[in-house]
Design a binder for this molecule. Structure first.
Ligand code: MN
Length: 514
């Protein structure tokens, strides 16, 4: 049997903490469930000490998924480890992941500690974590700029203290494949008790080498790789899970390792993370970009038609991209709709299916052809649904190139309707200002993006907004064949998230105190 590599996904921690990628509790749970379907071995669900909200989200993830190890990150400090344990104590398979920097520059300028002090702290904190949890991972932050001799010592000591996984992070994305391979071999040859722990890598993409470095580490014998969906993460991001997994699969001849990922879930996971974070994938992104399987050049098309393997090293189906482009329309029945959902990989409860079918019918009335992308947008939108404090009843706009745009918006709030009129710089701005008046708050619009779900004049507009209030950002999304309506829905979605969060904080005063 081929050697196994475990896939450790940190989309919910490293990915989520990157600018513009924050997710609320429900969104994190939704991603976690999908990661479980993708069959990652470990998911890092967050950094518990960061905020009570982060801690609560990790707990919610632990309650929602079972067939996976759930890790919680902690600096090598007792209060961090206490919070990490509080967050994963109820997981089926909890892990505390603690770290301390080991490079001269970090030890000197950030920690202001001598190497021996750092080593002692690492050992103490692994022992401290071990009192709570049998599964403890230790990371040597900035390992690739650390003295290898010091890494050997600190890994030997932390493994002796009980670390079950030792991780080599390329925290700043500095290393190269050859160097990584040599470093991993050095660790395997010079840490006497290395067989008592699993050796891992965590690569960043600052030089565009995150995946290459990860694959080099696999060649050198690591058994766990840390990565994120779509490669999201701090700065230039982390090594992309889908790229690592498809490289291992496509070049099985070269790597000869196996993993338990269900690759047919890759595309859906990518779409879900892009949708919920609002961080879209570039069209030429490997594996999951819109053009990754498009063969537009005539010569390629001819080749692909004659024999797919001429230009295709992977099939779209292997990542769960349905090749079946049979379209649905208003005459499609419930059965055809349900079939398509199953093909796309969605398992909905009866209630959710009913609701989705209703939405589909409404959409099919407005749009001749309902594509897979439309259905995905619709279902994912439903999945991320939150309680609607404010609901859009109706709006009227008056707009043109020689007049000031005016919008009248009616919202219902706890059963009471309220209407306001506002002018603005264009119809969308006027609608947002009218909503502000009704809600009685003003928000800073951090970003506004509109893209069409499919091609064609009757395509659905998909609007993502980010609004800020009291230093917190709320993202919202709205879907409609009318872009002003999609904008209003997106804006309200973000406002409703703010209310949802306030409500949750009020419901859990004690937890917020801890
Ligand atoms: Mn990182």
């Amino acid at each position: 049997m081929a050697a196994q590599v475990k896939v450790f996904d940190t989309t919910l921690r490293d990915g989520e903490q990157s600018p513009g990628c924050s997710m609320n509790l429900n969104e994190k749970v939704e991603v976690a469930k999908q990661l479980e379907r993708l069959r990652v071995d470990v998911m890092e669900a967050g950094f518990a000490i960061a905020s009570p909200g982060d801690l609560a989200a990790i707990q919610a993830v632990c309650a929602a998924v079972k067939d996976v190890v759930i890790a919680s990150l902690a600096r090598a400090l007792p209060k961090d480890i206490d919070a990490a344990w509080e967050s994963v104590a109820k997981a089926n398979a909890p892990r505390i992941h603690t770290f301390i920097a080991t490079s001269p520059i970090h030890m000197e300028h950030k920690l202001r500690k001598a190497p021996d002090q750092v080593l002692e702290q690492a050992v103490e904190m692994v022992k401290y974590a071990k009192k709570y949890c049998s599964d403890v991972e230790f990371s040597a932050e900035d390992a690739t700029r650390s003295n290898p001799e010091f890494l050997y010592r600190i890994f030997e000591a932390t493994i002796a203290a009980g670390a079950t996984v030792v991780n080599v992070p390329d925290t700043v994305g500095y290393t190269t494949p050859l160097e990584m391979e040599a470093l991993i071999q050095g660790i395997r040859n010079n840490v006497p008790n290395i067989d008592k722990a699993e050796l891992a890598v965590h690569c960043h993409n600052d030089l565009g080498l995150g995946v290459a470095n990860t694959l080099a580490a696999i060649r050198a014998g690591v058994v766990q790789v840390e990565c994120t969906i779509n490669g999201i993460g701090e700065r230039a991001g982390n090594a992309a899970l889908e790229e690592i997994v498809m490289a291992l699969r496509t070049r099985q001849d070269l790597y000869q390792v196996e993993n338990r990922i269900d690759t047919t879930q890759i595309y859906r996971t990518s779409r879900l993370v892009a949708t919920l974070t609002g961080s879209e994938v570039q069209p030429n992104k490997a594996i999951v970009g819109a053009n990754a399987f498009a063969h537009e050049a005539g010569i390629h098309q001819h080749g692909v038609m004659a024999n797919k393997q001429t230009y295709e090293i992977m099939t779209p189906a292997s990542i769960g991209l349905a090749e079946n482009k049979m379209v649905l329309g208003k005459h499609s029945g419930r059965h055809a709709f349900e079939d398509r959902l199953v093909t796309l990989g969605y398992a909905l409860t009866r209630d959710k299916l009913d609701a989705a079918f209703e939405q589909f019918k409404l959409l099919a009335d407005k749009k001749k052809v309902v594509a897979d992308e439309d259905i995905e947008a619709l279902v994912q939108h439903k999945a991320a649904a939150i309680p609607e404090t404010y609901t859009l009843q109706r709006f009227v706009i008056n707009s043109g190139n020689v007049i000031t745009s005016t919008a009248a918006v009616k919202l219902s709030h706890l059963g009471v309707d309220r209407e306001e009129v506002a002018t603005g710089d264009g119809p969308v701005d006027a609608v947002f200002k009218a909503i502000d008046k009704i809600v009685g708050m003003e928000f800073a619009l951090e970003s506004y993006r509109l893209h069409s779900v499919t091609e064609g004049k009757d395509a659905q507009g998909d609007v993502r907004v980010k609004i800020e209030r009291d230093q917190t950002t709320y993202s919202g999304r709205g879907l409609s064949t009318d872009v002003v309506e999609a904008s209003a829905k997106a804006y309200l979605n973000a406002i409703n998230k703010l209310y949802d969060q306030v409500r949750k904080q009020q419901e859990q005063p004690e937890e917020a105190e801890v």
